[in-house]
Design a protein around this ligand. Structure first.
Ligand SMILES: Cc1cc2nc3c(=O)[nH]c(=O)nc-3n(C[C@H](O)[C@H](O)[C@H](O)COP(=O)(O)OP(=O)(O)OC[C@H]3O[C@@H](n4cnc5c(N)ncnc54)[C@H](O)[C@@H]3O)c2cc1C
Length: 340
């Protein structure tokens, strides 16, 4: 029999909205599984809060959780910081996890810091790598620092749990195991609606919102575009390829396009099948957001641009010549497919 008190629990917060799990939860589950292989006596477990959400536990088992702690309560139907942080902190105090991983989404950032404050531990935000320190056998959480020019590995030596957040798409999505099952532990919430000063009065979904994090194709442009008109060219190619437009930060700073298109350290992390980087030099703060793309096509007039160091294919040339030619080629392929 397992000595439950001795188990080193590696927890993943399973973020859900309207009964659907956020994919970052499963990306974290994959990372937790890798950590557990390095940490003797450990076990991957999920933490699920919400109302009528027990079905999500089945999915969590398939992504590697052997157990899910569920607080299912009407008070938790819509996310609010207070009941979620109290509920999760109650679980932490009872089960004493060793490590607690949370997605660095808007919700996760809000919740993670509140839990850390309540249970008096540290949290390393926006990690790009998680490992177990081979000597100390504790979490080694790596994240960019000093404006992205250095990577720092942070250890939480004395407080527990060791908490970390990771942005969506930084980690790969593991393959689910269709037949995996696990154990569901239901816990009550020591809170009623009357205890919560914030009331949920309605939900207004953002219309026309763009989610470049999960796009398969991104056509991105940088300062090399020279003027906001260049974005139309990116859009044309992106539309033909069924993709979306991404940009480097200076274009957002200049007000040429909205922030939701920004890729990089202070923008989105992306992992598309194809990333076209046109007129982007490849500064480290940009690369950190797109270096994990499956295939990177870089177009730049400067043969020494750092973007070529990580490109799968590089074209040294003027984007205003190369992209129109790419558009023609893709159109020709589309027309050929239609005809055949
Ligand atoms: C704390 C901090 C956070 C940051 N966060 C981000 C972030 O999230 N995302 C981000 O992108 N940046 C970020 N930056 C800024 C980053 O350091 C760079 O300044 C920025 O990425 C540069 O953008 P760029 O490559 O478009 O421009 P540049 O570095 O100016 O590069 C333009 C490139 O275009 C090429 N070019 C010019 N004309 C043409 C043409 N006609 N055809 C083809 N190529 C051409 C040039 O050779 C050059 O390589 C951050 C910086 C700091 C300090």
């Amino acid at each position: 029999m397992t000595d439950e008190a001795a188990v080193k629990r590696i927890w993943v917060f399973i973020e859900q909205e309207e009964g659907r799990a956020h994919q970052v939860s499963w990306e974290l589950m994959g990372a937790a599984t890798k950590l557990s292989q390095e940490l003797e006596g450990s076990r991957v477990e999920g933490v699920l809060l919400g109302y009528n959400v027990a079905h999500i536990a089945e999915e969590a088992y398939r992504y590697g959780a052997s157990r899910v702690y569920l607080i299912d309560d009407p008070v938790l139907e819509k996310y609010r910081n207070l009941p979620y942080s109290i509920g999760a902190s109650q679980l932490v105090q009872k089960y004493k996890p060793e490590i607690f991983l949370i997605g660095a989404t808007t919700l996760g950032r809000d919740l993670g810091s509140s839990i850390a404050t309540r249970v008096r531990t540290g949290l390393t935000a926006d990690c790009t790598e998680l490992a177990i320190d081979p000597n100390l056998k504790i979490l080694a959480a790596t994240r960019p620092t000093f404006g992205g020019n250095l990577m720092a590995t942070i250890l939480c030596r004395t407080h527990r749990p060791q908490m970390a957040t990771v942005r969506p798409r930084v980690l790969p999505l593991p393959e689910p195991l269709p037949t995996a099952t696990g154990e569901l532990i239901r816990e009550p919430l020591d809170l009623s609606e009357d205890d919560i000063p914030v009331q949920h009065v309605g939900f207004i979904p953002r219309t026309g919102g763009l989610n470049i994090e999960y796009a398969d194709v991104i056509v991105a442009g940088g300062r090399g575009l020279g003027s906001p008109d260049g974005i139309k060219l990116l859009e044309e190619l992106a539309n033909l390829l069924g993709g979306v437009v991404g940009v480097s930060r200076p274009l957002v700073d200049a007000g040429w396009i909205s922030y939701e298109h920004q890729v990089g350290q202070t923008g989105k992390t992306v992992r598309p099948k194809l990333y076209i980087a046109a007129g982007i030099s490849g500064a480290v703060q940009h690369r950190v957001g797109m270096a994990n793309s499956d295939f990177i096509l870089a177009i730049n007039t400067d043969p020494n641009a750092p973007i070529f160091q990580i490109a799968s294919l590089g074209i040294v040339g003027d984007l205003y010549e190369v992209i129109p030619e790419l558009i023609n080629q893709v159109k020709a392929i589309h027309q050929g497919t239609e005809r055949s």
